[in-house]
Design a protein around this ligand. Structure first.
Ligand code: PEP
Ligand code: MN
Length: 342
């Protein structure tokens, strides 16, 4: 950390800052230039608040050099994390994994129909919400346990892994036998108690970025899960809230290369929630692949006009299949692969 003192700082003020840093456990290296004194503080502490120094008299500016997250940071595993599943699917390797399915599990017929189509097109993971975080309490809230059972049955039938959203701690145990990946939704990115408990499970967690979260906050949330011993965290950009109203959210494609540089964790893009509009999903999926995404999360419905949630952003199966063909063409240009049609 660098602490730049004001050029008017007195020797007494400088000494007070040096003593403060030493009390915090840093070793301090002082450089006095022609205009100002700069203090370089070196130490292992990552949990301090730089504002505690900024408010000391005589301090001009404090600059943190080391990241406040350690386990999620790229230096923890410079080669990158690859998460491997029992059926051979790997997330974070050469293959870009496509997770697709309806926003919500609605019925057996719906799930079978959609799963068959996405599996044929080359998806390897079936998505579907059984517990739904809806903005209105009057909207469909999900099928719950019945939905989880359907996901497992249909996933096994088509040899697809299963991802579904966990909204609260009590659902973790309920979900464990049925799912392969826990999804933490945007609204729960900073539900720290939930994250802590997901740190104790032995299944991967896909952590979505909150609608107003910085990338540092996303990585600190991943750190909560990893600090509990679960290192299989997959990050996901799903759009943030901006002043733009044309799209439901603004998909921050630049988050992908930024996260890939800052962290070793696999990075996913969700262009469905990222745009909220069906016709914008394929271009943003293609852009996300080109930008380095390790996985894509895409909503598909066989009858989106009658979907119980997120119909407007759900692709028709034929659209999804066409998109997969396009992704298969783009992938080699960026050194990746997408699994074949089945
Ligand atoms: C979802 O995936 O259906 C969902 C609710 O996502 P998000 O948390 O990104 O809104
Ligand atoms: Mn949805």
């Amino acid at each position: 950390m660098i602490v730049a003192m004001q050029d008017t700082a007195t020797e007494q003020q400088i000494q007070q800052v040096v003593e403060h840093l030493i009390r915090m456990g840093f070793s301090v290296h002082r450089t006095t230039g022609e205009r100002q004194t700069v203090l370089a503080a070196v130490g292992a502490r990552v949990d301090f608040d730089t504002r505690n120094l900024e408010v000391l008299s005589g301090v001009e500016h404090v600059h943190r050099i080391s990241a406040p997250y350690k386990l999620a940071g790229r230096s923890f595993r410079p080669e990158g994390t690859i998460i491997e599943f029992s059926n051979g699917v790997q997330i974070g390797g050469d293959q870009v994994v496509v997770m697709a399915g309806p926003c919500s599990v609605e019925s057996r017929e719906q799930l079978f129909t959609v799963a068959e189509q996405v599996s044929k097109a080359g998806a390897r993971v079936l998505r579907g919400g059984a517990f739904k975080p809806r903005s209105s309490p009057y909207s469909f809230q999900g099928m719950g346990l019945e939905g989880l059972k359907l996901l497992r049955e249909v996933g096994d039938h088509f040899n697809l892994l299963v991802i579904s959203e966990v909204m609260e701690i009590a659902q973790i145990e309920v979900m464990l036998p049925y799912i392969d990946i826990f999804q933490v939704g945007a609204r729960n990115m900073q539900n720290f108690n939930l994250l802590r408990d997901l740190g104790k499970v032995k299944k991967p967690v896909l952590l979505k970025r909150g609608i107003a979260a910085t990338l540092e906050e996303l990585l600190l949330s991943a750190e909560y899960i990893m600090a509990g011993g679960n290192y299989d965290v997959i990050l996901c950009e799903r759009g943030i809230r901006t002043f733009e109203t044309y799209t439901r959210n603004t998909l921050d494609v630049s988050a992908i290369p930024i996260i890939k540089k800052l962290s070793h964790l696999p990075m996913t893009s969700d262009p469905s929630h990222g745009t909220g509009l069906r016709d914008k999903v394929p271009p943003m999926a293609r852009a996300s692949l080109a930008a380095g995404a390790d996985a894509l999360l895409i909503e598909v419905h066989h009858d989106p006009d009658n979907a119980l949630s997120d119909g407007a952003q759900s692709l028709y199966p034929e659209q999804f299949s066409k998109l997969m063909d396009e992704l298969r063409m783009i992938a080699p240009a960026v050194g990746r692969r997408i699994s074949a049609r089945t």
